[in-house]
Design a binder for this molecule. Structure first.
Ligand SMILES: Nc1nc2c(ncn2[C@@H]2O[C@H](COP(=O)(O)OP(=O)(O)O)[C@@H](O)[C@H]2O)c(=O)[nH]1
Ligand SMILES: [Mg+2]
Length: 355
């Protein structure tokens, strides 16, 4: 009853305001009021978003995927330590070089090696592998929870950013498939409107996953996001996944475009942005870290997805990202199939690389 009165009172305020608004603003306000009405009526009470673990990858399978990374990181540590009586500075310098080559990140490599150098007289060379494993596990843990953040009984928006070719569209297709299989209502916002091919590619993924898609080639990306949010509210959708452009040669414009998208999300659906995910290709190594700095500033990243981990020798970037950006890795791409997007589990990752 109270809500009804309140709604009536609000309606009066809106009506009064309409008189002094321009026609396009009036249209926008009416849309908003209609959406408010929908949520007031409680039609958007969605089913519980249950945590499924069928998207986990077994340590055995992960081990196979990260075998090259493991070779680069662990084999070198073992080969330097094998047969040595003590741990000396030269040995640690050489391991440091290997860690940098394996792309765990310069600062991370230096910091971990310095920590071990301080206690080198109290540990044995054969303990090194376990000590590195513990250090890396600690770094991954400190970056935060690896679980994708989705809220119950409300709209969730997942914003996906990253430079061209890293695997954003593929990841969105896989993610849509995952949530669809959990009976969630998904809408994809095709906000990479710059290339017609990008739209077509996403349409194919949407069709494969059996989810709705909003967006038109050459339209304003922020307007696509606006439309997707409107549709999501009208349809009581659970999740809107936003694809974005990634042409970095025009960095300033891209960041402006992304900021505008973020602004629309914050304005139209405050508190709905559950994840702002940066997608990084495992093979890009150090470059990935530099990209992340730029995106972090524009769209308030909450997490990272590392794609193409299958066959990459540079999977150590997972550790560098966690340490140097304080961002947890939450998803990993381990192949091109629709089921090849897995949850990242820090403990399993270090086991797969080190054991
Ligand atoms: N091996 C492998 N290939 C992937 C993975 N994710 C994406 N790709 C491939 O990377 C290429 C670029 O992907 P796309 O999604 O178009 O990247 P976008 O430009 O960021 O949207 C495509 O050929 C994908 O099939 C992955 O996890 N593993
Ligand atoms: Mg794309």
């Amino acid at each position: 009853m109270f809500n009804l009165f309140k709604k009536k009172e609000n309606q009066q305020q809106v009506d009064n305001k309409q008189d002094i608004l321009k026609p396009e603003e009036q249209a926008e306000n009416l849309d908003k009021d209609k959406r408010d009405e929908l949520s007031l009526e409680g039609t958007c009470i969605n089913e519980k978003l249950d945590a499924e673990d069928s998207f986990a990858i077994s340590v055995g399978n992960l081990k196979e995927k990260v075998s090259k990374t493991s070779e680069g990181l662990v084999s070198s540590i073992i080969s330097f330590a094998t047969g040595a009586e003590t741990i000396d500075d030269d040995m640690l310098d050489e391991i440091e070089d290997k860690l940098i080559v394996a792309d765990i990140g310069m600062d991370t490599a230096v910091e971990v090696i310095e920590k071990i150098r301080e206690k080198k007289n109290s540990i044995r060379p054969e303990q090194l592998k376990d000590i590195f494993k513990q250090e890396f596990a600690q770094i991954l843990k400190e970056a935060g929870s690896n679980k994708i953040n989705l809220k119950e009984n409300q709209l969730n928006i997942v914003l996906v950013t990253g430079v061209n070719g890293v695997g954003k569209t593929t990841l969105i297709g896989k993610l849509a498939h995952r949530y669809k299989s959990q009976n969630k209502k998904i809408i994809i916002a095709a906000a990479d409107t710059f290339r017609a091919a990008a739209q077509e590619q996403l349409e194919i993924w949407a069709e494969r996953a059996g989810v709705d898609i909003v967006g038109k080639y050459d339209s304003d990306p922020a307007a696509v996001v606006f439309d997707a949010i409107k549709k999501a509210k009208d349809d009581c959708a659970d999740i809107v996944i936003v694809d974005t452009a990634g042409r970095l040669h025009n960095k300033f414009n891209l960041m402006e475009e992304l900021r505008k998208i973020k602004k629309i999300i914050d304005r139209e659906a405050p508190d709905a942005l559950s994840e702002s995910i940066l997608v990084i290709d495992a093979n890009t190594g150090q470059n990935g870290l530099k990209q992340a700095q730029v995106f972090k500033e524009a769209v308030d990243l909450t997490s990272v997805a590392v794609t193409k981990l299958d066959g990459s020798a540079k999977g150590g970037i997972v550790i560098g990202i966690s340490k140097e950006l304080s961002l947890p890795v939450k998803l990993i791409g381990v192949g091109e199939k629709i089921s090849d997007l897995k949850d990242f589990n820090a403990e399993d990752f270090v086991s797969a690389v080190f054991d």
